[in-house]
Design a protein around this ligand. Structure first.
Ligand code: FES
Length: 157
């Protein structure tokens, strides 16, 4: 567990209770998920019951208690994307990555999620990888697309 990292986050928020969401947000940014040990440490350090921390972590779907891949792949399965073949995009993502929706690859390079409309319906079918929106994606492009992210993330890993 990274005590120094959590301590440095906690020192930014002297008033813990009103800032719990911000604290969890920073912890997740740092570790890419909310590790149990870190959450228990925050509870001990701040006096906020662990059950309260978990109820916040479970309530907001932006938080995850499972390790996420370095690259977060979100396939839009909203109506416009569905009509334009998003299901095939998702199937190909699962095939190429060798995981199901909601899972991460063993090497934690990628995690795969579905989202419902990212507000880019005219670009359907749309895929968001990290901060990048990819429009009018075809199943054929997926291998190449993922390779690009694999390459940009691996040298620094
Ligand atoms: S339905 Fe996919 S961007 Fe709107």
């Amino acid at each position: 567990m990274d005590v120094a990292a959590v301590d440095s986050i906690l020192t930014k928020y002297p008033e813990t209770k009103g800032n719990l969401i911000s604290i969890l947000h920073e912890v997740q940014n740092r570790f890419r998920y909310l590790p149990e040990e870190e959450l228990r440490y925050i509870s001990k350090k701040t006096g906020v019951p662990i059950t309260q921390i978990y109820s916040i972590a479970n309530f907001y779907n932006r938080f995850t208690l499972e390790p996420r891949g370095k690259n977060r792949v979100c396939v839009c399965l909203g109506t416009a994307c569905h009509v334009k073949g998003a299901e095939r995009i998702m199937n190909e993502m699962e095939r190429v990555l060798g995981i199901n929706t909601g899972e991460s690859t063993d090497d934690l390079s990628f995690s795969l999620e579905e989202v419902r409309c990212i507000g880019a319906c005219s670009l359907a079918p749309a895929v968001v990888i990290n901060e990048d929106t990819h429009s009018k994606v075809t199943p054929k492009q997926i291998g190449q697309l993922l390779k690009k992210y694999q390459q940009t993330s691996s040298p620094k890993a």
